[in-house]
Design a protein around this ligand. Structure first.
Ligand code: PHB
Length: 389
């Protein structure tokens, strides 16, 4: 097989890149280790920055997001029973859109399929060859047969555990990592959301988040110790704990009901540098991870896709490599700021087991400052809606 861009990973970043390139007449093949059903079974965050909303429009996949997504002009932070509303629209001129990552991925699959895009599922043993030459290739196995794709570029959109990052030699790559001493227990519940906006709740029992997918589907999270398992949290135990962490007024009106999914995810900050090695480019989780506080995971993948897409268009349509040569530096400059914001939000709202009384006072002062200071609220809002590409 031969293509222009071989994209490893059929998650949202790989599919979005493939669809954007297709609309400019640039050919790609997407390789995915799992099945489509598996990819669409993964529940991820659901807040889209304006930049990603615009990319969805450019990719021609915005219709369902426009009709079913919720435009949010604000977000809320609670501390005990006190509620701080951050009017993100008034502070930045932009809203965010609440629309599940799973739905973004579903829309992208549909678009790729409708335009005859080639996606190879169930591939095994993906290996990237000759990334430092002008003629890279990717080999893989499917149904017991060997396959080989010759290409101009390889886009590594295969997530944290994928082969792309590991293809960059250890002596070239530098990894930066922070592992947090807790995880998030997330539930999906067939109940109306407790508020029409999100609530990021700091409490003396730990963090909680009230989010949503639609008018009868809520997404709720609580901070839990890393040693906990979902089985440690029967539904009633979860609801009891969640109510203690959100403001009393909300706890009183919370509608509890059937929980259809429950899982625990550890929190991690991670960045690898550089994001380019020869003709291999890393995008999204393959290069960086953020803790979910701040909802930057999918949005940082989207800005990588934007820079890579621009660079590839310049290469193919204008004959200039300036864009791809600047890719790693441009992507990383934005990523580190999203890393900072996610780390800051995590510190602002969680209980760290090792913290001293002094650390707790600092956290309280930070929240009090945010409550009373518009510049602090604007700084939060500008990061939350997404820094410019
Ligand atoms: C979600 O809806 O799953 C969600 C929303 C905001 C976050 C993280 C997760 O910061």
């Amino acid at each position: 097989m031969r293509t222009q861009v071989c994209i490893i990973g059929g998650g949202p970043s790989g599919l979005l890149l493939s669809q954007l390139l297709h609309r400019k007449g640039i050919d790609s093949v997407v390789l995915e280790r799992k099945t489509k059903e598996y990819v669409l079974g993964r529940i991820r965050a659901g807040v889209l920055e304006q930049g990603l909303v615009d990319l969805m429009r450019q990719a021609g996949v915005a219709a369902r997001m426009e009709s079913e997504g919720y435009v949010h002009d604000g977000t809320q932070i609670s501390c005990g029973d006190a509620l701080i509303r951050i009017d993100i629209k008034a502070l930045t001129g932009k809203p965010v859109v609440v629309y599940g990552q799973t739905e973004v991925t579903r829309d992208l699959y549909e678009a790729r399929e409708n335009s005859g895009g080639q996606i190879e599922f169930n591939v095994e043993g993906v290996t990237i060859h000759d990334a430092r030459t002008d003629a890279p290739s990717v080999t893989f196995m499917r149904d017991g047969t060997h396959h080989r794709i010759d290409c101009d570029f390889v886009a590594g959109c295969d997530g944290f555990h994928g082969v792309s990052r590991k293809t960059i030699p250890d002596d070239v790559r530098r990894d930066y990592e922070k592992v947090y001493p807790f995880g998030w227990l997330g539930v999906l519940s067939q109940t109306p959301p407790v508020d029409h906006e999100l609530i990021y709740a700091a409490s003396d029992r730990g963090f909680a988040l009230a989010s949503m997918r639609n008018s009868n589907l809520s997404r709720y999270y609580i901070q839990v110790p890393l040693s906990d398992r979902p089985d440690d949290w029967p539904d009633q135990t979860f609801w009891g704990e969640f109510k203690k962490r959100i403001p009393q007024g909300h706890a009183a009106k919370l509608i509890t009901g059937p929980i259809i999914e429950k899982s625990i995810a550890p929190l991690r900050s991670f960045v690898t540098e550089p994001m380019r090695w020869g003709r291999l480019f890393l995008c999204g989780d393959a290069a960086h991870i953020v803790p979910p506080t701040g909802a930057k995971g999918l949005n940082t993948a989207a800005s990588d896709v934007h820079y890579l897409y621009q660079g590839l268009c310049q290469h193919y349509l204008e004959g200039s490599d300036d864009g791809i040569d600047a890719y790693s530096d441009k992507a990383l400059a934005r990523i580190w700021k999203a890393e900072r914001f996610s780390w800051w939000m995590t510190n602002l709202l969680h209980r760290f087991p090792e913290w001293s009384d002094f650390d707790l006072k600092m956290q309280q002062a930070e929240i009090d400052f945010l409550r009373s200071n518009e510049a602090a609220q604007r700084a939060l809002a500008e990061n939350y809606v997404g820094l410019p590409y």
